[in-house]
Design a protein around this ligand. Sequence first.
Ligand SMILES: [Zn+2]
Ligand SMILES: [Zn+2]
Length: 236
Amino acid sequence: MILMDLHTHSNYSDGKNSIEQMVGVAIELGYTAIAITDHVWKSSDWIDVFSEHIYKVKKIFGNDIYVFSGLEAKVINLEGEIDAASNVESKVDFLLGSIHRIPFSGGYYSISKGILDSEQRIYENWITSFENLLKNPRVDIIAHPLAELKRFHIELSQKQKEEIAELLDTSGKIVEINVKHNVPDQDMIELLRIHKTKVVVSSDSHSIEDLKRFYPTLKNLYTLPLNFVTLSELTK
Ligand SMILES: [Zn+2]
Ligand SMILES: [Zn+2]
């Protein structure tokens, strides 16, 4: 079995540990590959240092593990645009696209400030931004899909799930099964299997403790009969 974890955070953003510490534990756990995918914003000024750092780490640990550089970029509007400067994708191996806050025409919905809209409208705004994220050519991997709906306690019908699975499959993106957020759900994983959509299982670890804690679940998910992305697809 080839074990990869393509979504982790280091102390370049909100992770607790250094890149070397994260890579060291991934080697101990027997991973074939790990990606360090720190949170990026348009204002992030550390991308050059980060990518050079990972380039060095790749060489140091090259015999033990394949190390990828990545960034996790958040959707900022209904058009599916991401919060990342225009050239960052050229500096890393791949970009994760995620929705942390559901946008609407005048901002973002907020649970803490109170949800001042119907579930129907929130869903419509979510699906619009999600569909556009799937069309965004800058993004390679769709990180923790549907996690934000879960936070708003929006339940999907089987028909809606089937429509979303169709969108995911035709997008050509790699779809992440996220251990930390426990998304997507069993129904959606089954639909990803039926469609033979390219998937990856990732932990979204923010520390070496997370890496160890999420490892058994991650390993277990890799035993499912899914179309997992291969190392050669990622390195070509
Ligand atoms: Zn995220
Ligand atoms: Zn993350």
